[in-house]
Design a binder for this molecule. Structure first.
Ligand SMILES: [Zn+2]
Length: 336
């Protein structure tokens, strides 16, 4: 307990709240700017179990805001889930960490959310948030939404059965390109830090059993224009998810290829259960150019793009945002 002395001393949390944190289990989806700050807070605060899910690897332009990573992680081509777990294990060896280098999709989201008390959103896209919302409402798991673009951000805890869900808040899935993204509007690391801290803050209240302290609405803020407020969000009486219990995002097939926010890159996802032997792939691809491989991934430059292949047979193809081109590169160099 001495590690957490300052926190235990804070009366509304106290020893009992701290003990609850130690027994708590969370799944964190996305380990970019929001996710790495959330993980840092929760692990330092003494949350007992943290599952770390991310599909991507660390790159130089992540370091401006993704606080768990450093230049050595970039040089080593580490997946974010592994780099984050290595750093967090050095911060607090008492927290059990479960790194997962994976795409969170309809095939696996329920398994990732089922055995935990809370799910946290560290993603950068509406598609995954609607998927998390479906899974968490279906399973009755609370989850905490966070979003940030430019200097603006918002946070809302979704408590299934008690309050509005994400679909009550935003309605339908917005059309691609209709809302600003970090790709088009940039993002301040300070704004991300505040939003992620508010998410971790709501998480700590929930996990410590202090629900009365939750914000009770949508928290919005703008760190450049100096505004912040809490907006009451009503539960929609006709919500397709939390009222009618239709889980269309869970039932849809995983997209075979998706464009990655801000990356000029496409992720190609093979059917669930696929595997790729990286050593075998290296042998096959070596005649085409220099292959770099570690325990978690393999990289090669071909046809003006960089292919990164993972043991679950996923590929991230950088240098194109064209889904059809990415799929054709995948078919050519990995196999369909
Ligand atoms: Zn709803």
């Amino acid at each position: 307990m001495s590690r957490y002395a300052k926190q235990v001393l804070f009366a509304p949390l106290g020893k009992e709240g701290q003990e609850r944190l130690g027994r708590a289990r969370v799944t964190l989806v996305g380990l970019g700017a929001l996710g790495s700050t959330i993980a840092n807070h929760l692990v330092r605060a003494g949350v007992g179990f943290v599952r770390l899910c991310d599909r991507d690897f660390v790159e130089l332009d992540n370091l401006q805001r993704q606080v768990l990573y450093d230049e050595e992680d970039v040089r080593s081509n580490l997946p974010k889930a592994q780099a984050a777990a290595a750093k967090l294990a050095r911060i607090n060896s008492e927290t059990k960490l479960d790194p997962r280098v994976c795409d969170v999709n309809p095939a696996n989201v329920e398994d990732l959310a089922r055995d935990v008390d809370l799910v946290l959103d560290g993603t950068d896209n509406f598609e995954t948030r609607f998927l998390l919302n479906d899974a968490c409402v279906k399973l009755g798991r609370p989850w905490i939404y966070g979003g940030c673009v430019g200097s603006y951000g918002m946070v809302m805890a979704v408590l299934p059965g008690e309050g509005p869900c994400f679909a009550c808040l935003v309605g339908e899935l917005p059309a691609p390109g209709s809302s600003p993204t970090c790709d088009t509007a940039g993002v301040l690391n300070t704004a991300v830090g505040v939003v992620a801290s508010l998410q971790a803050n709501e998480a700590i209240k929930l996990l410590a059993g202090r629900r009365e302290a939750l914000a009770g609405g949508l928290q919005t803020l703008d760190v450049w224009h100096n505004t912040n407020q809490i907006i009451k969000v009503p539960r929609s009486p006709t919500c397709g998810v939390c009222v009618k219990r239709g889980f269309t995002h869970l039932e849809s097939a995983s997209s075979a290829a998706t464009s990655l926010c801000g990356r000029n890159a496409v992720q190609v996802v093979p059917p669930a259960g696929s595997t790729l032997d990286l050593a075998e792939a290296e042998r096959k691809l070596a005649p085409l150019g220099k292959v770099r491989r570690n325990a978690y991934l393999l990289k090669i430059a071909v046809d003006g793009c960089e292919l990164t292949l993972f043991p679950d047979a996923r590929a991230i193809i950088q240098g194109t945002a064209d889904l059809a081109r990415a799929r054709s590169l995948y078919a050519r160099y990995v196999g369909s």
